[in-house]
Design a protein around this ligand. Structure first.
Ligand SMILES: *[C@@H]1O[C@H](CO)[C@@H](O)[C@H](O)[C@H]1NC(C)=O
Ligand SMILES: *[C@@H]1O[C@H](CO)[C@@H](O)[C@H](O)[C@H]1NC(C)=O
Ligand SMILES: *[C@@H]1O[C@H](CO)[C@@H](O)[C@H](O)[C@H]1NC(C)=O
Ligand SMILES: *[C@@H]1O[C@H](CO)[C@@H](O)[C@H](O)[C@H]1NC(C)=O
Ligand SMILES: *[C@@H]1O[C@H](CO)[C@@H](O)[C@H](O)[C@H]1NC(C)=O
Ligand SMILES: *[C@@H]1O[C@H](CO)[C@@H](O)[C@H](O)[C@H]1NC(C)=O
Ligand SMILES: *[C@@H]1O[C@H](CO)[C@@H](O)[C@H](O)[C@H]1NC(C)=O
Ligand SMILES: *[C@@H]1O[C@H](CO)[C@@H](O)[C@H](O)[C@H]1NC(C)=O
Length: 462
């Protein structure tokens, strides 16, 4: 125990220091004008293709055509409405093999809520080197445009969105709407319409790559992928205040074959949230927090079906967050969450580092119900660090009617971030096993499988 503490301390000093260095580097860049593009591809292809020697077999880059939004009349002063220019540049880039829509550096483009529709020719690149932003808050949002989404990519396949530029959601006035938590008169929460736009939404699209961008202050989720397949998200830097409501970093739903790697997220809600219908998701090297952690759910709301399987979260750091790795389901609902691995995750002052909550409820007085999304085959391995002592480090609160099964804990070592008091893990109707001793020890996990070993067939319909 003593040895582990010393080890952890050293580990933490090392880790925090590296994280701090990385952070200050990123922060110092964050508010400056974008300088060097992060991706070399642009400078290579913006040169006129040199005359090809006879034997030279042309590479796709030789044919790449650049559609600069400035050539379509965009002003880029942050005030003028540049929507039409973006739409025209999109149409041309979309209909060209390996077309590049270029958002040049040193300009700020204001664009209205827009749907960029495919199908497009393969290899389309949306290259953001400058800044793009929506109108500033709900009062500036034209009445006839959707308030639920800003930039939408629909039925697009084989597209890359990348660059060293900035997507600025200008969310502040949305977060302060009186309908948002405690933003009404005298700190109340008012009723009434509360729609706020998702910054970037990919809908019914496939083979997508989003990389290198900085995205900040979304009015709502920063990214949302729904009905998509083959999604690659790399090296993003997403930042919103910790008190900005509902600003999930990356939300996926009904989406399969997803990789989210090397990404840094600070925000006011989940860093990554995984909704119903997601399979084969690989999340790796994420620095998350302050935030609400990495979440599967919420699932099964209003008795809906939710199927989620084969999710891996690995090699990540979660700090100063309300949750670490979470599975949350509502009472009622059906389907299952299975084959989930949380591996090699460092927790730094996290309130609920490991949590399954099958009693998730946003309002007061949700009734317990006889059905639930079935949670099984969940592996927690090599999860180390510290927890905020306001709640126990492990909370496995499974449904009364449909127990969780085959939860496995291995190399879990969680220490209080303050003081010496060790809090006991909490379990309810949670079946599984310990592969190693854990810190703190877990005595509450039920061994083996529940007596009625499988949930009824009408639960398991995935
Ligand atoms: C909204 O109204 C403006 C001005 O009347 C018009 O230019 C624009 O096309 C409309 N947009 C939509 C999405 O209907
Ligand atoms: C995915 O898109 C890339 C271009 O971004 C293209 O080269 C590749 O062939 C596409 N893959 C599939 C399976 O469509
Ligand atoms: C807000 O609080 C002030 C001071 O307590 C009170 O006078 C006022 O009536 C309250 N307003 C509403 C709408 O409740
Ligand atoms: C899920 O996405 C697929 C396309 O990938 C679509 O056909 C289907 O309607 C979507 N289902 C739901 C419930 O959104
Ligand atoms: C992890 O992500 C960070 C931030 O994006 C990056 O600097 C670092 O190189 C990545 N580490 C690995 C092993 O890829
Ligand atoms: C699980 O997902 C990973 C990608 O994260 C994929 O490589 C693997 O094939 C999937 N396993 C199954 C059984 O589909
Ligand atoms: C629902 O069930 C849980 C676990 O048995 C219990 O702790 C909780 O009080 C119940 N809630 C309601 C509203 O009955
Ligand atoms: C229990 O879960 C582990 C992964 O966490 C998996 O390897 C194993 O096959 C599962 N056991 C059963 C009986 O499904």
């Amino acid at each position: 125990m003593e040895f582990n503490k010393v080890f952890l301390l050293f580990f933490c000093i090392f880790f925090c220091f590296s994280a701090f260095q990385a952070e200050s580097r990123l922060l110092s860049n964050f508010f400056q004008e974008p300088q060097e593009p992060h991706f070399r591809v642009l400078s290579q292809i913006s040169l006129p293709p040199s005359p090809a020697p006879e034997a030279h077999s042309p590479s796709p880059a030789d044919f790449a055509a650049i559609f600069n939004v400035l050539s379509y009349g965009a002003v880029g002063d942050g005030v003028a409405d540049d929507t039409q220019a973006f739409k025209m540049a999109w149409d041309d880039a979309c209909h060209t093999d390996s077309g590049i829509l270029l958002v040049p550096s040193r300009y700020s483009f204001m664009i209205q809520s827009t749907i960029f529709t495919g199908p497009c020719k393969s290899g389309l690149v949306f290259q953001i080197e400058g800044t793009i932003m929506p109108p500033d808050g709900p009062d500036s949002w034209p009445k006839n445009y959707s308030k639920r989404q800003w930039l939408v990519f629909y039925r697009v396949s084989g597209m890359t969105m990348q660059g060293g530029g900035l997507i600025d959601g200008r969310g502040e006035n949305w977060w302060n709407l009186p309908c948002k938590p405690h933003k009404g008169v005298n700190g109340t929460t008012s009723h009434g319409p509360c729609d706020s736009p998702v910054a970037i939404r990919f809908f019914m699209s496939s083979n997508l790559t989003v990389q290198g961008l900085r995205v900040r202050n979304s009015p709502q989720f920063h990214f949302r992928f729904d009905g998509c397949q083959d999604v690659n998200v790399y090296s993003l830097y997403i930042k919103s205040p910790s008190l900005s409501p509902n600003t999930d970093g990356i939300h996926i739903e009904n989406t399969s074959d997803v990789r989210i790697h090397n990404t840094i997220i600070y925000n006011g809600d989940d860093c990554v949230s995984i909704g119903a219908g997601c399979h084969n998701v690989d999340i790796r090297n994420i620095t998350c927090g302050p935030s609400h952690g990495i979440s599967i759910g919420s699932l099964g709301k209003q008795n809906t079906k939710a199927c989620v399987s084969n999710i891996t979260v690995t090699d990540s750091l979660i700090k100063h967050s309300a949750n670490g790795v979470r599975i949350k389901t509502w009472q009622g609902g059906f389907g299952s969450v299975s084959k989930v691995t949380f591996n090699n995750i460092v927790m730094d002052t996290v309130r609920n580092p490991i949590i399954i909550d099958q009693y998730y409820c946003e309002t007061k007085g949700c009734q317990n119900q006889t059905s639930a999304v079935y949670v099984s085959d969940i592996l927690y391995t090599n999860i180390k660090g510290t927890y905020d002592v306001r709640s126990p480090p492990m909370r496995l609160a499974c449904s009364d009617s449909v127990p969780c099964t085959n939860l496995t804990l291995s190399d879990v070592e969680l220490f209080p971030a303050q003081g010496q008091n060790i809090l006991d893990p909490y379990c309810w109707n949670a079946y599984g096993s310990l592969k190693t001793l854990t810190i703190p020890p877990v005595f509450c996990l039920l061994e083996g499988y529940p007596p009625d070993s499988m949930p009824p067939n009408d639960v398991l319909v995935c």
